[in-house]
Design a protein around this ligand. Structure first.
Ligand SMILES: C[S@@+](CC[C@H](N)C(=O)[O-])C[C@H]1O[C@@H](n2cnc3c(N)ncnc32)[C@H](O)[C@@H]1O
Length: 252
């Protein structure tokens, strides 16, 4: 397939925002992401593929100096603008991460559950390069991606428990388009779906390194204390052994 023939992946705003009540997001991915972000006080943050700005308020509440969210979807940006009116430290722009031209402006880039929506390795490389370009020297980029290892599989039950599941074909190859289903965490219904690209973990590393990042550090998510108290450790076993999603951390 040539680069030109790879069509962009469009993200289904409606089914995504209506897939609420995700136990995995509340008790695993959000707290794990914030652990990896560390102290954000006084940091200028760029959130690449920000969606409707899920983390904007929390980041400003804990002291980030400014927040810029970019997303390729006008619908997501409209939602973000609507729900953050009057928040002067926040701005939202419709922009393709592949075409970002920020220069050494940010102290922290978040690209959370976004890199897998690049439809090809070449585009993933460009996005990583633009993330690198956006950061000040010595600053970090962080985000979740699917754990691109061969032994990963998702059951329907995983989807219902955790909000989303990938349908990974046997012998999946690097760069293959795979289906994602979204679930309503409260009712267990499938609310919609989309496609994303299955990249091997090594491919994420190669693209981040080709962009200029010397080292890629991976973090496995963990369950918050509240999650363990409410559901017990066993409930999350499938999500974490091996982890379905992992966090990359890179420093410029
Ligand atoms: C799974 S959502 C994640 C949203 C948000 N980061 C979060 O963690 O809640 C993926 C988002 O990435 C956006 N996206 C996908 N490809 C993009 C690109 N090339 N440039 C900017 N945004 C993109 C989609 O429109 C969608 O809002």
């Amino acid at each position: 397939m040539t680069e030109e023939s790879v069509s962009p992946i469009t993200f289904p705003t409606d089914s995504y925002i209506h897939s609420t009540g995700w136990i995995g997001k509340t008790f695993v991915s959000t707290p794990s992401l914030f652990d990896a972000l560390g102290v954000v006080r006084n940091l200028a943050i760029l959130d690449v593929g920000c969606g409707f700005g899920r983390y904007c308020k929390s980041l400003l509440d804990v002291g980030a100096s400014s927040y810029v969210g970019i997303d390729v979807s006008q619908e997501m940006i409209d939602l973000a603008l609507k729900s953050h009116r009057g928040l002067n430290a926040a701005s939202f722009l419709r922009m393709d991460a592949e075409k970002m031209t920020f220069n050494d402006q940010f102290d922290l880039v978040i690209a959370n559950h976004v890199l897998q929506f690049c439809p090809s390795v070449a585009k993933l490389k460009n996005v990583c390069k633009n993330i690198y370009g956006s950061l000040r020297e010595g600053r970090r980029a962080v985000g979740f991606v699917p754990n691109g290892i061969s032994e990963l599989s998702f059951t329907e039950e995983d989807g219902r428990k955790f909000g989303a599941r990938l349908v990974i074909p046997e012998n999946v190859i690097d760069g293959q388009q795979v289906a994602v289903k979204f679930y309503n965490g409260e009712t267990g219904e499938v609310t919609g779906g989309t496609t994303m690209t299955w990249f091997f973990k090594e491919t994420y590393e190669e693209c981040l390194k080709a962009a200029g990042f010397e080292n890629v550090v991976w973090h496995a998510p963990t369950v918050s204390k509240e999650g363990i108290e409410k559901f017990g450790e066993d409930y999350f076993r499938d999500l974490l052994n091996p982890p379905k999603d992992i966090i990359f951390e890179v420093t410029k």
